[in-house]
Each structure stands twice: as C-alpha cells, then as structure tokens.
Design a binder for this molecule. Sequence first.
Ligand code: PAF
Length: 274
Amino acid sequence: MQIHSSIADLRAALKGRGRVVFVPTMGNLHAGHISLMQQARQHGDTVVASIFVNRLQFGPNEDFDKYPRTFQADCDKLSAAGVDVLFAPTETDLYPEPQEYVVEPPAIQHQLDGEFRPGHFRGVATVVLKLFNIVQPQVALFGKKDYQQLMVLRNMTRQLALPIEIIGGETVRAEDGLALSSRNGYLSTAERAEAPRLSRELKQIRDAIRNGNTDYAGLEKVALDNLAAAGWKSDYVAIRQQSDLTTPKDVNAPLVVLAASRLGNTRLIDNIEI
Ligand code: PAF
C-alpha cells in the first residue's frame, strides 16, 4: 500500500489508475471501516482510503484532542484489506491556510445531530468536498451509522453535480448489537455492558412500527424514558423519513429511527432503517 501525505504526491500516484473508489475516514479503524474497504474493491480498480481527523467538524468542547489516533495499526488493517493507496495528510497539508471557503449545507444541518453539534455538518461537507477534489474518485463509500452525514453528502454530491457515485455501507455491530464506533473505546467496562441498550431501544421501535403502531411521539418517549431510567442522557430519539430525515408525512415513506445519547462522557449515535 502506498502512503502519501502531500496533495501533489497523491495526485501523481493516482494518474492512470482507472476507476478510483474512495473511503474517507478519521482513522482508529474497526470492522465497520474494513467492511467499507472490502466493498470498495468491488466498485473499481484502485481503492483509496484517507485518514484525517478533521478539526473543522469538531465543536470547541468536543473530543478533537482526545480522538484516538492509531496510525500504525490502521495502516496494517488497510494494507490487509487490500487498500491500494492511503492519503494521510497533516493539518498543514490539508489546511495550509485557514479554510475560509466552506460548504454550507441546508437546514437539515441544524437538526438531529446538527442541533447538538453546531457547525459539524459544515465541517464534514467542507472536508469531504476538498478530499473529493484531491482524490477525484468515481465512487465514494460512507457508513450508514452516520446516517445524517451520508444524507448530507449524498445531497451535496447531487446538488453540486459532482461526478461521484455515493454508496452507503451497512452498519457493522458487535454480537450484542452495539454499533461499532471509534468512540466505543471511551466506554468503561460497565458502560460497555450497558451500551447495547441503545440499539435494543431502536429495534423495539422498529418492531412496534412494523406491527402497525403509528404513535411516533409515544414510541420516541418510551425509548427516551427507558434510556433515562438506565442513566443515559439523550439528545434525541427520532423517527424520520429516510429520504430527507423530516418527520413522517407520507404513510408509505420508508422510515429510519435515529438516536444520540450519552453514557457517562461518551456520546453514542445509532440508527435503524424500517
Ligand atoms: O465519518 C467520518 O469518519 C468523517 O466524518 C469523514 C467523512 C471522514 C469526514 O471527516
């Protein structure tokens, strides 16, 4: 696997490489990322991954400084997964001057996760557009675990007419249902044992809706109450339309249940499609 940190070196390395498939990450890779790398292989000739912990998408009181950086282990995993090229820029490589031109996503950026992480989706969209311009992939893969991120990036790609196919990869879960996430590493042993409750609550909502329950507000409240009773501090549990993440209007619209909740100091997110 080739590793490049400068934009110029990466561009030179990708010349004549055929159909490029791109999987951007912030490192600290787990089986969810590796599954995206493996799927990427099926979509083109050259698989490019990136590792960059993007300061722009972290709020002032978030975990940018303590975000786990495990570069050597990540390289080993990417190499074993058959990734051809890794782009791992430093902050100076990617932001040699303050990033004053940004991508401002529409109103959805202020809802759900955006309500609790102001500026987050602006930071994500800005870095991803920049990475797209650098890597110039034909295909890019993102995990469905960050469901709102996937939707923002899909819409950005469509509205800005970027010639890139966006593919969402299914969430990979531990045996007890916990969605894999780099932030799971922050959990204490007791918190790790408690953590699967989040996915259980989402599944209960899914099952209730499948059985005909349409009291969405009631279902959200039960899940919020159950989480609170077990010591969680929730930002939201929300039943939304898959297409635009607005509240359900069309009775036939496919739905998704999304949640963000804090266990101790760790904020976990998860979602389940119905
Ligand atoms: O999902 C992530 O890891 C990040 O938000 C991304 C897409 C790599 C942008 O920094």
